[in-house]
Each structure stands twice: as structure tokens, then as C-alpha cells.
Design a protein around this ligand. Sequence first.
Ligand code: HEC
Length: 270
Amino acid sequence: MHRPKMISSLKSLLVAGGIALTGAMGALAATAEAATAPAPPEQEWHHGGVNSFTSMFKTFDRASLQRGFQVYKEVCSACHSMNLVAYRNLEALGFSEEEVKAIAAQYEVTDGPDDTGEMFTRPAIPSDHFKAPFPNAKAAAAANNGKAPPDLSLIVKAREHFEDYVYGVLTGYRDAPEGFNVPEGGYYNEYFPGHVIAMAPPLYDDGITYADGTPATIAQQAHDVTAFLAWAAEPHLEARRQMGVAVIMFLIILAGLLYAAKRRVWADVH
Ligand code: HEC
């Protein structure tokens, strides 16, 4: 008797939820339009994107992450720090403990003071954080036409359009349109806000040689390094999603059990 009523109220609840969600997404889209650069084209991400609500079962492509680390190491790390990432975190990309040790040992870091009060340098170890290219932001700005290259640890999550923005900037260098004045030391970029960026185009076709033999086009390097930066910004993405799936399954089973229990309890009441 009461079941149709329950279903219909459930339906109206769903409809109300849908309307609220559509409204929220409309508001989000409106803020996006207010930005000073066109929205970068959407890319396909193996992990579905750090801000995706519909990628419950998607995971990082480890091979792409390793290539992306190679791009960061050989290109971006000349200017950009990644202060929140330690060498040992690279094990999550599929590198062995020995490989991580060898990667860390390629860098000299300052440590100390020693027993005589002096600072000294030593090869980095896995627990050290990535070595920064400049000692401080002023030195970084002085070496880059007055604009310090931002730390890249969280850049994917810190910008609107997430991965698509970083990929867009890396592949967005164009000739400036007729009449657009690009100041000295600046470069025209389709997707950087204001279109003038102080970063020279960092990527070139075959600018690096991938360890796994993948052809190193600009697009491939931009894709891989962006995936790597997404991992750096959201290293627990996979565990977080698995937890979400487990919680939903638990709720479905719980709902089934509760319904069965309810039927049993009320079975004799007519
Ligand atoms: C020669 C130095 C240099 C290299 C190499 C370099 N960058 Fe940059 N990058 C800069 C500077 C300087 C800026 C700041 C530009 C500005 O504010 O106008 C910047 C800005 C950026 C931005 C925009 C950040 C924002 O605020 O929205 C991203 C993303 C970025 N770099 C990623 C990379 C990646 C990824 C690499 C490696 C493929 C790389 N960069 C290589 C110097 C460099």
C-alpha cells in the first residue's frame, strides 16, 4: 500500500537533487567564463583527472608517470622546484628502492651543521625532498626576467581547468595576433591568463630521449609531465577512489539487509 508513495517521494528527492546539481554546475561554468584566457581544450587522462567525479575506477598510467618524471627532471627542474615531493615518493611510480636511491644520489644537498659548526654537502638520500633549482624566490625571479617560476608540487590542483590548463600552457605557444604587443622577455601563450608568459617554450620535439623508447613529441612530453604533476598534487587519488567505491558497496548491502529485516519484522502485521 505504502510502497508507491515511498517510491514517488524518493523520485522527487532525486529530481530535487538533480536540479541542485545542475544549478551548482552552471555557477561553476559561469566562473570559468570570467577567466582572462580561453578554456583549454579537454584532454583524455588515463586517471580521469584529479577533479573528476565520474572516474571511480580510473588509475594512473605508471609508464606515463615515469616518462613525466623524466621530463620534469631533464627540463622543468632547471627552473621549477617541487618542494613537497621526496625522492622516496617515486616508489609509487613503480621505481624500486634501489632505483630511487640511485636517482637521489645524483643530487648534492646541503646538510649540517657538523661537529665544527660548518654546513656541508652530501649526496641526497631517498628521504630528502626534491632539490630546488634556486636557493630562494628572489634568486629564482632574478634569473627569469623578474618572474619566479612557481613551485609545481600542487600546480595541477591550484589552477582552474586542472590538468587541461597545464597541458594547455605547455602546448599553447603561438605567434601573437596582429597588433598584440608582447613585451621584452615575454612569450605569447594561448592559455596563460593575459597571454604573456615569462616562460620560454620549454618543450621541443625530441628535446629529450625517453628511456622507454616512446617518441618524444611536444604533445607526448606535455601529456606525460602533466600526468606526473597530477600524481604529485594528488598522490592518494587511487586509494581515495577505492574507499569511495567500498563505501557505496557497503551502503547498498546495508540497505538490502535493512529492507529484508524490515519485511521480516512486519511480516505478521496485516
Ligand atoms: C627556463 C626556465 C623554465 C623552464 C625550463 C620551465 N619553466 Fe615553467 N615557468 C617559468 C617561469 C619564469 C614561469 C612564470 C611565468 C609568468 O609568471 O609569466 C613559469 C610558469 C609555468 C607555469 C604556469 C604557472 C601559472 O602560474 O599558471 C606552468 C604550468 C609551468 N611553468 C610548467 C612548466 C613545466 C611543466 C616545465 C617543464 C616541461 C617548465 N615549466 C619548464 C620558467 C620555466
